[in-house]
Design a protein around this ligand. Sequence first.
Ligand SMILES: NC(=O)c1ccc[n+]([C@@H]2O[C@H](COP(=O)([O-])OP(=O)(O)OC[C@H]3O[C@@H](n4cnc5c(N)ncnc54)[C@H](O)[C@@H]3O)[C@@H](O)[C@H]2O)c1
Length: 398
Amino acid sequence: MGEFRVKSTEINRRVFVEKSLGMATAVTLSSWTVPAQAAQNDKPKRTRVGVIGCGSVSHVYLPHLSASPYVELVSACDIKPERAERQAARFKIPHHYPNIEDMLAGAAFDLLVNLTDMQEHEHLNRQALHAGKHIWSEKPLANSLKAGQELLEHAKRRGVRVWGAPTVVNSPQFACMARILAGGSLGRVAAAHADYGHTGPDWSSFFYEKGGGSMPDLGVYNLTTLTGLLGPAKSVVALTSIVTPTRAIRDKGRIRVTEEDNAMVLLDHGRGTLSHVQCGFNFFNPHGHEGSKEKRHTVAIVGTTGVLGLVGYDWEPLGVDVATAAAPDFQRQATDKGDYVWQQGASLVAQCLAMGKEPLFTAEHALHVVEIICAARQSQETGQRIDLKSSFNWPVVS
Ligand SMILES: NC(=O)c1ccc[n+]([C@@H]2O[C@H](COP(=O)([O-])OP(=O)(O)OC[C@H]3O[C@@H](n4cnc5c(N)ncnc54)[C@H](O)[C@@H]3O)[C@@H](O)[C@H]2O)c1
């Protein structure tokens, strides 16, 4: 771990906007800086971390967090207390708790890393914010734009910060695509497509229950990538469905699927640019959940004089293929992903808090994606095109 991408200068933003999108004005950068914590004895400054949710994804997060010199793992918590106890023992975390109340009243920490069920994030994030903790949340940060904006307002009043997964904008491949778009070689950008799916998890039922679903679990990556590259969406039209009405879940038996497991989301980014995200829990994939073996273009963007394709998934990217009118043979770029791994978000924000730096990803972008997902569901229910209210600082360039 080490290098991370930070926000760009105003000049980069202006160049990007003018070159690729023909707009005259640039957006301004957030002036909010993170106060650095005090250094002690020349050791790297460290952020004290409490992890809540010690299930599947904690097995990927905790090795990354425990390898970071900017992290002091203080506590682990799970309502299945044996899981918190097991991860505490494995990763030498001194305290473990069976619920958030005990955790917040227990050993002091600075940053809550929330790895619980999707439906639990909002209320746990709110509780931790009220206790003055910074938040790194797995997706979604909140269940609605309004609730998420209230969390951000509260965080501002308390002088703490909130960030949420995913971190796809942090990859060198995202940066490469943003640079190509900024360079203008694709001409006027017309259309984009992104897709992500597999046959669905079998270890927990929340993925298939209200507030879960394939959009906040899978589509969220592509929605973050496409809005990050093409700009905030103005409106949404979507179709969603349930393909598999019941599922077998480990330790639970058969459950009824009550949230969409199949979704097609169309976005209007303004200026004539349209994009499409396809996600679902019924996608046969010869590689299963193994991202590194995916060699297709899962994100493709086309303009009047060029096309680019992201090789592999945006959360595990392998390169960027580009063809333009000036150089029509596909050229592969950005095949090195450096330090980027999808599970790096909590370690990065711990590092940012310790060093007083600002990560490239923002809570406002995460909440824009929450609004898109809610709007997609509303579009499915009503048959209407849904206008969006939220936005975020864009372009996202390092
Ligand atoms: N598993 C993955 O590969 C993966 C990858 C990326 C993101 N995610 C995201 O991570 C989150 C967790 O997914 P998972 O696969 O680890 O699920 P999981 O079911 O394996 O783990 C969730 C854990 O949270 C605990 N929990 C639930 N409510 C709680 C509460 N109120 N207080 C304390 N603990 C609570 C559960 O007991 C469980 O141990 C989800 O948002 C998911 O979308 C998962």
